[in-house]
Design a protein around this ligand. Structure first.
Ligand SMILES: Cc1cc2nc3c(=O)[nH]c(=O)nc-3n(C[C@H](O)[C@H](O)[C@H](O)COP(=O)(O)OP(=O)(O)OC[C@H]3O[C@@H](n4cnc5c(N)ncnc54)[C@H](O)[C@@H]3O)c2cc1C
Length: 394
């Protein structure tokens, strides 16, 4: 008993679930920005399947692209928790735009920030932070989505640079990007060291990019890329060295926590719409929230969201502590992404027929929620990573 009494004060001090005033301010600012400047763009972008590229400059002006990067490198200097708050609020309004943001602000810029040379940072990272240049990240291929180490795109050393050949599939932002970070094989074996990253300044005559039509995140542009004898100069080999795939692994672990916040935002957006609908839709003289079957659905959704929320912010806190491991990141993503699919589907059911009409947002939230049980590693791959850690005793 004495031991427990002694342990309590320390334990209490460590278990602090409160957001700081700075976090609340970030949430407030982004929520207001999204309501005023983003929400009005959603319907048109979904209809024409074109991203309103000017939004990147607006995000840049507000410091939202660099939220997570140090001030010394031109960023806002905030933590991963703030990054997750930004993502949550963006996705609560529109996942398509948030996916484009994530592909640029994290997938393309993070490796540049981590290992880019001073010249590469000046040419791509800094203009990327302010939205002057938009990037994308090309890892997946027609034969290698889940099994990345099998990638076939090859880079061959030539005088003054490299020649790239291969293809990339489902690359976010590719049709509108100013540059792409492309993973290519520079070694003969299948080890991590055989893969390197190249910055491809676009347009490049060896890169033929076509736009894919999608069922989800329609307002985000996704490309198929044929790469044929594309020349990339030596100064665009990321970090000035080969064998840099490990930075991708670091980036993916952190981004799995990030996209989990996007999932949380979609779940919240759909839940809020369903709650409002249930309060106002009258059937047999009563708002449908008065029917226990509907009220219980809402109760389950609220509980699910709360559970996902604390997983996401625990993951973000671990990133901020420099202590994120792949299995934890995968657990967070598995829970948050599957929660988003469940919650958004229930939101459609609560809407009845209206749930399948475009004038209501819940159908879009549900379609979009499927993106993160697939992208950034499918749920099956997350389970494989978690299971591998369990087998190893982690
Ligand atoms: C909208 C969208 C945007 C994307 N943006 C990008 C981007 O910007 N950059 C980029 O590089 N990639 C991007 N991707 C690609 C994405 O990461 C891949 O689609 C994803 O990794 C799955 O790969 P795949 O599509 O080849 O599926 P496959 O690997 O063919 O998988 C098919 C099925 O088999 C299962 N499976 C595969 N291997 C295993 C296994 N070992 N154990 C159990 N089950 C398994 C999968 O879980 C899945 O259910 C994007 C995808 C989408 C849909």
């Amino acid at each position: 008993m004495e031991g427990l009494a002694l342990a309590t004060p320390t334990g209490t001090a460590l278990m602090d679930f409160a957001f700081t005033p700075q976090h609340e301010q970030v949430r407030d600012t982004v929520a207001r920005f999204c309501a005023e400047h983003v929400a009005p763009l959603v319907a048109a972008a979904e209809e024409v399947e074109i991203f309103p590229k000017d939004l990147f400059r607006k995000w840049g002006e507000l410091g939202l692209i660099g939220v997570r990067y140090p001030e010394s490198d031109g960023g806002a200097g905030f933590d991963k928790i703030s990054d997750c708050i930004v993502r949550e609020e963006m996705s609560r309004v529109c996942q398509a735009f948030a996916s484009s943001w994530s592909a640029h602000a994290h997938l393309a810029l993070w490796p540049l920030w981590r290992i880019g040379t001073p010249d590469q940072k000046a040419r791509f990272f800094r203009p990327g932070l302010v939205g002057e240049k938009v990037g994308g990240f090309g890892l997946s291929e027609p034969d290698g989505g889940s099994d990345v180490r099998m990638l076939k795109t090859r880079a061959t050393k030539v005088d003054g640079g490299w020649r790239l050949d291969g293809s990339k599939l489902y690359i976010t932002n590719a049709p509108m990007a100013d540059f792409l970070l492309v993973a290519a094989r520079t070694g003969a074996d299948h080890s991590d060291d055989a893969i390197s990253l190249f910055i491809v300044d676009l347009p490049n005559p060896g890169f033929e990019i076509s736009r894919l039509k999608k069922e989800a995140i329609r307002g985000s542009e996704t490309g198929l890329i044929h790469i044929a004898d594309a020349f990339v100069p030596d100064d665009c080999l990321l970090g000035g060295r080969t064998g840099t795939y490990r930075v991708v692994l670091e980036s993916l672990a952190e981004n799995r926590v990030g996209v989990s916040a996007n999932c949380l935002g979609m779940a919240r957006g759909a839940f809020e719409a369903a709650l409002a609908y249930a309060r106002t839709r009258i059937v047999r003289g009563r708002p449908i929230i008065e029917y226990q079957a509907i009220a219980h659905k809402l109760a389950d959704m609220a509980a699910d969201i709360e559970a996902a929320k604390w997983m996401v912010y625990y993951g973000a806190w671990r990133v901020d502590q420099g202590a994120i491991d792949p299995a934890t990141a995968s657990r967070v993503k598995l829970i948050a992404s599957e929660t988003a699919v469940r919650v958004t589907e229930q939101a459609i059911r609560i809407h009845g027929g209206a749930g399948l009409m475009r004038e209501y947002p819940v159908g879009r939230f549900h379609r979009d929620s499927l993106v993160y049980v697939i992208g950034e590693g499918t749920s099956e791959i997350q389970r494989n990573i978690i299971a591998r850690a369990l087998k190893a005793g982690g």
